[in-house]
Design a protein around this ligand. Structure first.
Ligand SMILES: C[S@@+](CC[C@H](N)C(=O)[O-])C[C@H]1O[C@@H](n2cnc3c(N)ncnc32)[C@H](O)[C@@H]1O
Length: 221
């Protein structure tokens, strides 16, 4: 397995600094999960510039942002020192989520942290599932099932196969347009239950791009 497009992301984050606004998805999830703030650690997998990670932190969640790009994690740590006060519980880690050892180590650590604090875990992924291969997706879901022993939920927003032919602002890198029927069947077979699912357009408009996206919430059975 490999972190596909690593060079693309490192270059992208060296040049780009304007992705700092929180997404409509993070606001949607915050409204739904606000009541869980005190007893939950939110893990933002594939956090990129941390726009959503910082949004959740500023609004009271304890958060950990994970990304494989060294460049973006370095920048996020600089932002963290500059702008956030010590009351905000936020931390960033560089982890290659396509690497079996790294994923295993991360999940064991997250399980220990949440058990020691008696908190549940909310995995949050936005525009991440379609940025990884099918094998990496399997690795992450299987590792969550194997290593996380406390209640946990995963919420995701991602591009679906209906989005493939639509216009994009950034159109020069790997994307896996997800067949949601296949994904749902796979997740149920693995041992998750689907709590919520919807798909369509108008969910996360960026400049002149109105992508076709799915939003999904699943729980470990
Ligand atoms: C499309 S960006 C999404 C960023 C952010 N979640 C957002 O909504 O703006 C996808 C992110 O996934 C990260 N990523 C892709 N493959 C990865 C891997 N194997 N391990 C860790 N991060 C990865 C990239 O570095 C990139 O930051």
């Amino acid at each position: 397995m490999n972190y596909i497009n690593k060079q693309y992301w490192e270059k992208f984050y060296k040049k780009r600094v304007d992705l700092t606004e929180s997404s409509t998805f993070s606001e949607f999830i915050f409204r739904k999960k606000e009541r869980m703030i005190k007893n939950t650690i939110l893990i933002d997998l594939g956090c990129g510039t941390g726009n959503d990670t910082f949004y959740f932190a500023k609004n009271g969640f304890e958060v950990i942002g994970i990304d494989g790009s060294e460049e973006v994690i370095k920048n996020n740590n600089i932002t963290l020192k500059k702008y956030l006060n010590t009351n905000n519980k936020v931390h960033f880690d560089c982890v290659d989520l396509s690497n079996e050892n790294e994923v295993q180590k991360l999940m064991v650590k997250l399980n220990e942290i949440s058990m020691s604090q008696e908190k549940d875990i909310l995995f949050y992924t936005r525009f991440f599932l379609h940025a990884i291969t099918d094998e990496t997706e399997n690795l992450i879901f299987e590792s969550i099932l194997e290593n996380i022993q406390i209640p946990c939920e995963i919420v995701s927003e991602f591009r679906t196969k209906e989005d493939e032919e639509l216009d994009k602002v950034f159109d020069n890198h790997y994307r896996r347009y997800i067949d949601t029927d296949l994904l749902i069947t796979k997740l149920i077979n693995l041992g998750f239950s689907i709590q919520e699912f919807s798909k369509g357009r108008g969910l996360s408009i960026y400049k002149n791009e109105n992508p076709f996206l799915a939003r999904m919430a699943i729980k470990k059975n």
